[in-house]
Design a protein around this ligand. Structure first.
Ligand code: PMP
Length: 426
């Protein structure tokens, strides 16, 4: 049996950094990444057979738990009919109808294969619709790795200290205006200066790529009003929050309606799916209806649709999100209590099934500067202690944690017991 270290060494021979997505390399916390061989419910098993309670959930999709029987059955059934045709299938219509039913701001929706494709396409559409070039985003938010969006980005780009990636032309980056999350005044000032050139505001309505930062009251409402005043498109990037913080996403939770929304993660139930959609008037500018080009060989793939559709049906069941929120609350309040008892300064944020832990003296964390100022060394230490004790947290202080419906009392107890040991050792 090979251990994680050996597997990681071998992986680096032909894979850059040994991983197919940077944050997996454990650069933010040090040490060898864990290689998994299996997931079931809330648990993952690594290559050596060690088990972990999982708070990453494949970075969000696994909201019903790993290898949920109904999702597996739906995928197996779909596979029996062929892997894909690059032509319309009925399940794509069923999926579009369901997404538009769950999220009323969606009048038309286009399927893609990743969150990156969804945000990239939504930005192009906003530019094509308004005839303007500039876009507004917020520091610490991550919207995938399209060129225009890799300016002061969060997630792996933040962990690795590459807020603006090499390879992004300065002439393109100059059209991306990056403002301070939760600071409405900075947005007002920006629009007063350049409002007639701004195509859109794109935002994570709960920021999950700089740990977990909810919007302060009035912030999302203020963005809506500014977009209305200046004729800019408001895009909620709900790749992470969609179907998670509430069935209808952050827009339902906070009751603010965007013009366009992007989805990823849960909408594919663990297979590669993203989507973007929204107001009919805007979406009608997409090809073949309109002049904004967007396409995909694998878009709407029937196997991926089967996994996503089944997941969405499972989370539609009444009480699903209330239970998920309650489990997450139990976890987060338990961790806070243990940290307090151990005399470790820590603050938490939580919205629905998503949470963040901050090693800081601040009693509230609302801003990017506060996240960056948290005790990174303490986080690394905590992360490894939890990992040793069978709890798999995101290997970065800048990623939100995710709970699934498969997390129950046993998993919470296991986690709190590991945390008690970890806090005592910090
Ligand atoms: N937007 C947000 C809010 C995300 O969290 C992510 C990925 N974590 C993306 C976009 C990009 O999605 P993908 O990795 O599927 O391209």
């Amino acid at each position: 049996m090979q251990n994680n270290h050996d597997l990681f060494q071998k992986a680096q021979k032909h894979i850059p950094g040994g991983v197919n997505s940077p944050v997996r390399a454990f650069k933010g916390v040090g040490g060898d990444p864990v290689f998994f061989r299996e997931g079931k419910g809330a648990w993952l098993t690594d290559a050596t057979g060690k088990k972990y309670v999982d708070y990453i959930g494949s970075w969000g999709p696994m909201i019903v738990g790993h290898a949920h029987q109904e999702v597996l059955d739906a995928v197996k059934e779909a596979v029996n009919h062929g892997l894909g045709f690059g032509a319309p299938t009925e399940i794509e219509t069923t999926m579009a109808d369901l997404v538009c039913e769950i999220v009323p701001s969606m009048e038309l929706v286009r399927m893609v294969s990743s969150g990156t494709e969804a945000t990239m396409s939504a930005i192009r559409l906003a530019r094509g619709y308004t005839g303007r070039d500039k876009i507004v985003k917020f520091e610490g938010c991550y919207h995938g790795h399209a060129d225009s969006l890799l300016v002061k980005a969060g997630s792996g780009a933040l962990t690795l200290g590459v807020p603006s990636s090499a390879g992004v032309p300065a002439s393109l980056a100059e059209h991306t205006l990056t403002l301070r999350y939760n600071d409405l005044e900075s947005v007002k000032a920006c629009f007063e200066e350049a409002g007639d050139q701004i195509a859109c505001i794109i935002i994570e309505p709960v920021a999950g790529n700089m740990n977990c930062i909810p919007p302060v009251p009035g912030f999302l409402e203020g963005l809506r009003a500014i977009c209305d005043e200046y004729g800019a498109v408001l895009i909620f990037d709900e790749v992470m929050t969609g179907f998670r913080v509430a069935l209808g996403g952050a827009q339902a939770h906070y009751n603010v309606t965007p013009d366009l929304t992007t989805f990823g993660k849960i909408i594919g139930g663990g297979l590669p799916v993203g989507a973007f959609g929204g107001k009919r008037e805007v979406m009608e500018h997409i090809a073949p209806l309109g002049p904004v080009y967007q396409a995909g060989t694998l878009s709407g793939n029937p196997i991926a649709m089967a996994a996503g559709l089944t997941t969405l049906k499972l989370i539609q069941q009444s009480g699903f999100h209330a239970a998920l929120t309650s489990t997450t609350e139990t976890l987060v309040s338990g961790l806070q209590e243990l940290a307090d008892k151990a005399g470790i300064p820590m603050t938490t944020n939580q919205v629905g099934g998503m949470f963040g832990l901050f090693f800081t003296e601040d009693s509230e964390v609302n801003f990017y500067e506060q996240v960056v100022a948290c005790d990174q060394e303490r986080f690394k230490h905590f992360f490894h202690l939890m990992l040793d004790n069978g709890v798999y947290l995101a290997p970065s202080a800048f990623e939100a944690g995710f709970v699934s419906a498969a997390h129950g009392q046993q998993e919470i107890e296991h986690t709190l017991s590991a945390a008690k040991t970890a806090f005592a050792a910090l």
